[in-house]
Design a protein around this ligand. Sequence first.
Ligand SMILES: Cc1cc2nc3c(=O)[nH]c(=O)nc-3n(C[C@H](O)[C@H](O)[C@H](O)COP(=O)(O)OP(=O)(O)OC[C@H]3O[C@@H](n4cnc5c(N)ncnc54)[C@H](O)[C@@H]3O)c2cc1C
Length: 446
Amino acid sequence: MLSITQGSATPVWRNWGGTQSAAPSLVVTPHDTAELVEVITRARSDGRTVKPAGAGHSFSGIGVPGDILVDLSAMRGLIEADADRSRVTLRGGTHLFEIPELLAPHRLAMANLGDVDRQTITGATSTGTHGTGLRFGGISTQVVGATIVTGTGAVRTIGEDDPDLPAVALGLGALGVVVDLTLACVPAFYMRAEELPVSADDAIDGFLERVHAHDHHEFYWFPHTNCALAKTNTRLGPIAEVSGPGRVRRWIDDELLSNKLYHGMCEIGRRIPSAVPTIAQVAGRALSARTYTDTSTRVFISSRTVRFREMEYAVELDAIPDVLHEIRTMIDRRRYRVSFPIEVRAAAADDLMLSTASGGARGYVAVHRYHRDNPADAAAYFADVEAIMVEHRGRPHWGKMHTRDAEYLRGVYPRFDEFLSVRDRFDPDRMFTNPYLDRVLGPTAV
Ligand SMILES: Cc1cc2nc3c(=O)[nH]c(=O)nc-3n(C[C@H](O)[C@H](O)[C@H](O)COP(=O)(O)OP(=O)(O)OC[C@H]3O[C@@H](n4cnc5c(N)ncnc54)[C@H](O)[C@@H]3O)c2cc1C
């Protein structure tokens, strides 16, 4: 039965990065599509807005609820798997971390992933979550079908050839509530990971060559230093021997050094900003090489327990070295003290209407600030980075911090107006809007 929480019992909604919070008047937890249709139909006749909740891992205001928050925690799991065609259909509320176990009996895996697996599959696809690798698109490119309840209460089944799929597969939560998604998977595979400390000069200037040469390449550069960590993953077959540091060693590297010790360093940097360059030098010099082989998911996914705020822009792939040199100069000139590394990745071209890689391969530059850093200083840093990205006609990640509006976005997305016309059909009354979507898509029909 539909579960409803309202009034003072309704919990305050907050996102992971602590950048957004809201108090919806109602939280509903539907168990199936029929209950969801009932919620949407009633909300429509009452003139209330509806927001499907993911895992709250977006930094931007995209997930902020208004009147009614739809909690999809009772709509999780595998609906069906077709191992011969490598396809699976998952309920919309399924978290990424639940998927490997659901796919294992069918010997399937997701083709590519981002850094973490706390998100829901529909939250991740709705914002264009991506990993790295020039032969691989973001997670939304794996979507080959969906069922969505639109703002009119209609249940639409969208197949692979449906002209609305390129909108629904990456819909910003603006088109309706996605109740299930069908993904094109790949046979389960192992990967060999190589992490190598390199100079920042080498990482930046060698990025284009490395990203073309390897399945998955990314690097982290520590501002104020010439230190970077290059990560390269090579896809292996369905069977490989797990090798490299054992569980204890990986716990020491990933949890103790990468998270716990790093947290302490961020705290010192927050209290004594002038110490940040020295801390960054120490952290940069402590980077060490390691190689290991494991299942694809264990290699793709890291644990992130130090909270931060993030802005990420996609730019033309070839512009990446220039963008990074400009950011480096800007950080020095403006004397920012940045304790978080800058992450650089790439993704294959796709044809999804609002994908950051729509129409051409893209490089990605993500900048972060520790969540307890001085807010005004962090905002000024993000603004200066954003100005560089905008000069390069960059496309902001929909789930990360940015200040772009519909006018700018129409200029960098050739299929922007096509998406708006799908929105007019799917959500004519703007039931799924919120202030963020009003800003990036515009509040009214074109
Ligand atoms: C620690 C951390 C690491 C990250 N790493 C990466 C990374 O490697 N690569 C990357 O690209 N991004 C990354 N991100 C960003 C993150 O992947 C995206 O912001 C993602 O959208 C978060 O998913 P979520 O489930 O938390 O969705 P939320 O943030 O809760 O929601 C996002 C949007 O999806 C909508 N939505 C959710 N469920 C549904 C549904 N069933 N139907 C329709 N709309 C729905 C929401 O309404 C909202 O509009 C990271 C974020 C964090 C905090």
